[in-house]
Design a protein around this ligand. Structure first.
Ligand code: SF4
Length: 252
């Protein structure tokens, strides 16, 4: 859905189950103006010239679009989708997974990397977070990661991105945050927190307090994987989300 001023507001709820048809996904063909596609057959479409735009599930842009048609966030996503800065990630990724969601955003969640069975398959970062987002009634949410390609070890399992890979992708993160200008950047996990708040800032999501660091209001939270493996109670995690929602209310 497009909102006033040409900004993009794509509802996360309807997209949680969306998956990208690998054969049709244009992540590698943005040079020819084929941006990422999705194959949710329940999406509504609009026709503009010879171009079909799927508006309610996953923005589909195909073939003849002028780059000027794309809003700034889609242009950024298209340019990130061509990135090949990390050779080892280029070899193992299925696709680049740029940040996604509302622009401007009230809150941007920053995780670690697309998962092998998550963003790397769907093209959408962190669909596992959507339930908590909706439970806390958060609006205007943007979701991204420190790196935009799925890192795997020699056996094909998820691994943490290296410091070099995080550094390579930092400019993409900065560009996304600059564009969506969130009031709060919620850092999911210690590594995202260290990257955005600095090594000296204590990581304490249980008593989370926002901090202003280099012009960003950062807020520490546990990574959902930590909750999924039972290391942190889901009920307490929901309370952390409620605390974030209150903070956003105070700031609005
Ligand atoms: S992780 Fe980031 S910097 Fe590295 S190849 Fe992917 S998009 Fe490029």
């Amino acid at each position: 859905m497009r909102t006033g001023g040409g900004r993009l507001e794509r509802p996360l709820a309807g997209r949680a189950e969306t998956c990208c048809a690998a054969a049709a996904c244009g992540a590698s063909s943005t040079r020819s103006r084929k941006a990422t596609c999705a194959a949710n057959s329940s999406g509504k479409s609009s026709r503009i010239g010879s171009t079909t735009i799927r508006v309610d599930k996953f923005l589909t842009l195909s073939s003849t679009l002028s780059p000027d048609f794309l809003d700034p966030l889609e242009r950024l996503r298209a340019s990130i989708s061509e990135c090949a800065l990390c050779p080892s990630l280029v070899r193992c990724r299925s696709r680049v997974v740029p940040g996604d969601g509302a622009a401007p955003a009230a809150v941007a969640f920053v995780g670690l990397a697309p998962g092998r069975f998550g963003g790397d398959r769907t093209g959408i970062p962190f669909t596992g977070l959507h339930r908590m987002i909706h439970r806390a009634r958060l609006r205007r949410v943007f979701i991204t990661n420190l790196v935009r390609c799925n890192p795997r070890d020699a056996r094909g399992r998820n691994r943490d991105p290296s410091a070099e890979e995080i550094a390579n992708c930092h400019a993409h993160l900065e560009a996304e945050l600059e564009l969506v200008r969130p009031r709060v950047v919620a850092c999911l996990g210690r590594i995202a927190w260290r990257e955005l708040a600095g090594r000296d800032a204590p990581f304490n999501p249980r008593r989370a307090q926002p901090q202003i660091v280099r012009g960003k209001r950062v807020f520490p939270m546990y990574h959902p994987a930590y909750v999924n493996r039972g290391a942190y109670p889901e009920r307490t995690y929901a309370r952390d989300f409620a605390r974030l929602a209150r903070l956003l209310q105070e700031l609005s």
